[in-house]
Design a protein around this ligand. Structure first.
Ligand code: ADP
Ligand code: MG
Length: 223
């Protein structure tokens, strides 16, 4: 019986839950704050997926990362855990403004991730939220650029980390020019993180372009 139970446990570790391959690395082995650890336990996640195990250590060290892994492999937590830990370590409060921005190509993805600003909704409502201070902001490129240009209450002076989720889709949807305008306006001394389902020359070039602006950070490709 015990052998069967062991075998089943092993299979579960191999297969994963959400389609992502689980590794033998445990969330409880990560050096993270108790609140984050508790949230992970409450989601009943025990083992890290492959992309999480490969990218989280680099991300927690502040390196610039391009991570590629297929859909369903757990990329969201790979970037959210380090992002939340970063804000926690820097003791970010609402009055400190936005410390992390996550750019997503579509409204649906932005809404699935966290508090967001997206096109097609009321700019003034966003502006009121931004005035109160959103430490971790999820936005689509067009609306983010709009706020960077026009919303005076948007405080991003202390931005620590820019995350671009689904970088391959951002490029496919011709957001490259918006992204370049966004990069120009954001503080240069920040961590930059890209995640994508597929890896191609365009994504790598895009990553190198965004990383190139802060040369003192290590640059890592993980997949
Ligand atoms: P991706 O962005 O790579 O497509 P998601 O981040 O959306 O993948 O994750 C896919 C699914 O896997 C989600 O339901 C998520 O909650 C689940 N998941 C993520 N990490 C783990 C983990 N370590 N253990 C179990 N399930 C996980
Ligand atoms: Mg995703």
């Amino acid at each position: 019986k015990q052998m069967i139970a062991e075998k089943e446990k092993e299979e579960k570790v191999k297969k994963g839950n959400g389609g992502g391959i689980l590794t033998t690395k445990l969330f409880s082995e990560l050096y993270i704050s108790e609140l984050t650890a508790k949230a992970i336990r409450e989601m009943n996640y025990s083992h890290l997926t492959e992309i999480q195990a490969r990218s989280i250590p680099h991300l927690m060290l502040g390196n610039d990362v391009l991570g590629s892994a297929k859909t369903g492999s757990g990329k969201t937590l790979a970037f959210l855990i380090p992002a939340i830990e970063l804000l926690h370590k820097a003791s970010f409060m609402p009055r400190n403004g936005t410390g992390v921005i996550v750019v997503c190509p579509t409204r649906e993805l932005a809404m699935q991730t966290l508090g967001y600003v997206i096109g097609g909704t009321n700019m003034r409502n966003d502006a009121n939220q931004l005035l109160k201070g959103i430490n971790l902001l999820v936005a689509t490129p067009g609306r983010l650029l709009d706020h960077l240009r026009n919303t005076r209450s948007f405080n991003y002076k202390r931005l620590q980390c820019l995350i671009i989720d689904e970088a391959d889709r951002i490029l496919e949807q011709n957001f490259e020019e918006d992204m370049k305008q966004i990069f120009k306006r954001l503080p240069q001394d920040r961590q930059t993180v890209l995640f994508s389902a597929t890896q191609n020359q365009k994504v790598v070039e895009f990553a190198n372009f965004t990383f190139g602006q802060n040369e003192e950070r290590q640059k890592k490709l993980v997949y």
